[in-house]
Design a protein around this ligand. Structure first.
Ligand SMILES: [Fe+2]
Length: 272
């Protein structure tokens, strides 16, 4: 009988520990990168892996939270529309961000949809620039950015670093949107200042206190590339932990969803 009580107590403690790590809030993580190519400071918000995982009310609140950050532009490197499951929330989010320049490239959940052409058109109808092997130039104050995006293909061999580098046509600050951070060996050889990714969902579950990610798609157990800024030969790779809270019903643990803010500054100026 005593052993039974101990077992129940242990299970209760485990349940309480798991509940404490549920994704009750969405973090805002801020980074700053400096480059001589930046004249006027630029504030970027990076949103990825929305997966339609908010209620309508939560989606509007998320958009409002982003608006209050006053971004100059928003980058979305994929998995913003999870198949057809509550997909209207994706467009609710985009409509509530209207007026802010938005750039998008596909994730694995979008790239293989039979209705991908129509889906991309719906993004465009919300004012989003869809970057599928294309680039766009935007000027923020005195700073010009050239932004490219590549589709989330099954294998990195579908692209070469030379092909991706050739997408860029200027010497402006170069940004590449590409969903999967595990393609880091490819990005490493692309002549680009910044590559932004998502996909890893921060590692889904973290070991508490040690804060070690446990698993991520395309990387398996104890993944290396789930968050933060990583050095590349030509520039940096920035990974968002993503916005999804429950991936196909499985909650994140000790790994909150996040909105990423990136301030691009001139090395001789302060971030705004
Ligand atoms: Fe995802």
């Amino acid at each position: 009988m005593a052993e039974y009580r101990y077992l129940l107590g242990a299970l209760g403690l485990l349940g309480a520990a798991a509940a404490a790590g549920l994704p009750y809030r969405t973090d805002v993580t801020t980074y700053t990168l400096a480059s001589d190519k930046i004249v006027t400071p630029v504030k970027i918000v990076l949103l990825s892996d929305f997966h339609n995982d908010r209620s309508d009310k939560g989606t509007i609140a998320l958009a409002e939270r982003v608006r209050k950050l006053h971004p100059d532009l928003i980058l979305m490197p994929g998995d913003m529309a999870e198949e057809h499951n509550h997909q209207e929330r994706t467009f609710l989010l985009l409509r509530n961000l209207a007026g802010i320049p938005m750039y998008y490239s596909t994730g694995n959940h979008e790239e293989f949809r039979w209705d991908l052409t129509a889906l991309k058109q719906r993004f465009r109808d919300c004012g989003v620039v869809v970057l599928d092997e294309k680039t766009d130039v935007i000027k923020i104050g005195e700073t010009s950015l050239e932004i490219a995006g590549i589709s989330c293909r099954q294998e990195m061999k579908n692209f070469t670093p030379e092909e991706i580098s050739a997408l860029f046509h200027t010497d402006y600050y170069r940004i590449l949107l590409s969903h999967k951070p595990n393609w880091i060996n490819l990005y490493d050889r692309v002549e680009c200042d910044l590559t932004v990714c998502g996909h890893a969902h921060g590692g889904q579950w973290h070991i508490p206190v040690a804060d070690i990610p446990i698993a991520a798609p395309s990387q398996g157990l104890f993944p290396k590339y789930t968050t933060g800024i990583h050095d590349l030969t030509y520039g940096k790779m920035l990974i968002s932990r993503g916005l999804v809270r429950h991936y196909h019903g499985i909650p994140r643990l000790y790994n909150n969803p996040e909105i990423v803010v990136l301030n691009l500054v001139n090395p001789h100026e302060n971030a705004k």
